[in-house]
Structures are given as structure tokens and as C-alpha cells.
Design a protein around this ligand. Structure first.
Ligand code: SF4
Length: 279
């Protein structure tokens, strides 16, 4: 059985940077926590917990501890509250997310109605919106939402970093007809598109596809759904324990990819397990 491992499988730049910062910070601090799980990988969160990094979701409950800010950022008000408490901040917000937050703030300060293209419930989007303080801000999922926006003199657009270009372009197109001035900041990060394109190509070339990553990771779940549309024998797994030998009976090729928050050690364990299964 041939194993095809995606080159883009595993940590993206921002997640790698955040976890490296968190492990380094845990080495020389006694009291340290992260505000929300640092990334969507229960295994990485557990390894950090073993190093003393607790996860908190209530700022008032933090005692005297350094606070790590997760890769997809937090709301501006929460950051202010942590700062006002005088706690040490280790800001692991991905620079690409930071850029989207800064552009939203700039647009708001210059009087634009801010439109954020993304999922309203996603913490990254809620964070970006919070930086557009003092202006009207709207979150739109796609063209249909954008066509319902009230008309405005000036509209400024930013995107959740994981959006597709196609969806972003459709929103831009819809907004063109709803204002006199349109300003667009392309804040999409390529990591997601690259990973999805490679996963599609591999899923089309194999008989069984494994997508490795946290069940709470939106990008892994999306990756699994994209692969399943192409190869119905796609399995979303979190760890090697879930792999069953029976999946590979008479199988000649198996593909493996992983979400942006899946650590390399889990991917290596999956490949080792596949090797035991005849890979
Ligand atoms: S997907 Fe892109 S924006 Fe999001 S954390 Fe990774 S590198 Fe940063």
C-alpha cells in the first residue's frame, strides 16, 4: 500500500509560531495560562497543561499569571481588560490575523462602514469586528448577506483569514453596487487554500483518505468534508487509536493530510500506524 502524505499537512505558520511561543514561555514561568485554548488540538493543549499552562475563559478569575493570547486573537476589550489588570501578556496572535484587526480599526477610524467576510460565530471574526469600534460593522457570510446590507457612502471590507478568494470576490462585487466608495483589504491567508487544493488532489488519487486533526478544529472538519465529497472513504481521525486495519483491505493507495492545528508528532504516528497496516 502506497502512502501519500500531503506536504502542507499540519501546522500553518501562525499555529507553529503560537505553540513555539507558548512552550518557550512555559519553560521559565511558574504561573502561566492561555485565554481560551491556544489552538484547536486537544493533544497540544494537554502537552501544554503538562508544562503548567492552564486554559482560562474568565479574565477576572486569573490570579497573578502570564497570559498567552491564542493564534486567532481575542476581542479588543478582552485584551484591554488583561492589560488593565497589569498581567504579563504573551501575544501569540498570528500576524495575519493582527493585520485584519488593524485594517478593520483603520477603516472604522476613517468613517467606513466595515464589512467582515466570514463566520459570525468564529472567535477570529468576533475579534476583528471588535477592532472596528465606533462604527457600523457587519459580518457577511457571502454574496446573499452582502446584498442585504444597507446602502452607505463608504464601505470598507476585510476578510476572515481562512475565507476563499471566490467568496471574498463575490462580496466585493455585491458591495460595489451599494456604496460610492469601496476600500478592500485582502486579508486572506493562503495557508487554508493551499492545504485544501493539495487535499483535493490527493483525495482524487487514492482509495482511502485520512484527515488528521481535532474534532473541534473547524479547518480540519472542513478539510475532511472536502475530501469526502471526492473520496467517500475519507476518515477524520484525531489519533492513531482510531485507525482500523479493515479500512485497508485490498487498498493500494492511502492519502494523509492534516489540519493547521495538528502537530507533526501525531502525523508521524499516523504514518507509522499505516506502515504497520501494510503501507
Ligand atoms: S491559517 Fe493563516 S492566518 Fe490563520 S493562524 Fe494559520 S497562518 Fe495565521
Amino acid at each position: 500500500m502506497k502512502i501519500i502524505l500531503a506536504k502542507s499537512a499540519g501546522f500553518c505558520f501562525g499555529v507553529k509560531r503560537a505553540t513555539t511561543m507558548a512552550f518557550a514561555a512555559a519553560e521559565n514561568r511558574d504561573q502561566i495560562c492561555s485565554f481560551g485554548p491556544i489552538i484547536h488540538s486537544p493533544q497540544v493543549v494537554q502537552r501544554l497543561a503538562d508544562k503548567g499552562v492552564t486554559v482560562v475563559d474568565d479574565i477576572d478569575a486569573i490570579e497573578d499569571a502570564a497570559v498567552i493570547i491564542r493564534s486567532h486573537g481575542v476581542e479588543a476589550g478582552d485584551l484591554d481588560r488583561i492589560q488593565n489588570r497589569g498581567l504579563e501578556i504573551i501575544d501569540a496572535t498570528c500576524p495575519f490575523v493582527k493585520k485584519a484587526q488593524n485594517h478593520a480599526a483603520l477603516l472604522a477610524s476613517e468613517g467606513y462602514v466595515v464589512v467582515v467576510v466570514g463566520e459570525a460565530e468564529h472567535p477570529e471574526v468576533q475579534g476583528i469586528v471588535s477592532y472596528a469600534a465606533g462604527c457600523q460593522a457587519h459580518v457577511v457570510a457571502g454574496r446573499d448577506d452582502a446584498e442585504k446590507l444597507p446602502r452607505a457612502t463608504k464601505i470598507g471590507i476585510v476578510a476572515q483569514t481562512t475565507q476563499s478568494y471566490e467568496n471574498f470576490k463575490q462580496v466585493v462585487d455585491a458591495c460595489l453596487g451599494r456604496c460610492q466608495e469601496l476600500r478592500v483589504f485582502n486579508t486572506i491567508c493562503d495557508a487554508t487554500n493551499v492545504r485544501q487544493a493539495e487535499a483535493k488532489a490527493i483525495a482524487a488519487a487514492v482509495e482511502v483518505m485520512l484527515v488528521v486533526g481535532g474534532y473541534n478544529s473547524a479547518n480540519t472538519t472542513r478539510l475532511a468534508s472536502i475530501c469526502r465529497d471526492i473520496q467517500p472513504r475519507t476518515h477524520h481521525i484525531e489519533t492513531t487509536d482510531e485507525i482500523l486495519q479493515e479500512w485497508f483491505v485490498d487498498v493500494k493507495t492511502v492519502g494523509v493530510t492534516a489540519g493547521a492545528s495538528t502537530p507533526h508528532w501525531i502525523i508521524e504516528q499516523v504514518v507509522d500506524r499505516l506502515t504497520e497496516c501494510g503501507g
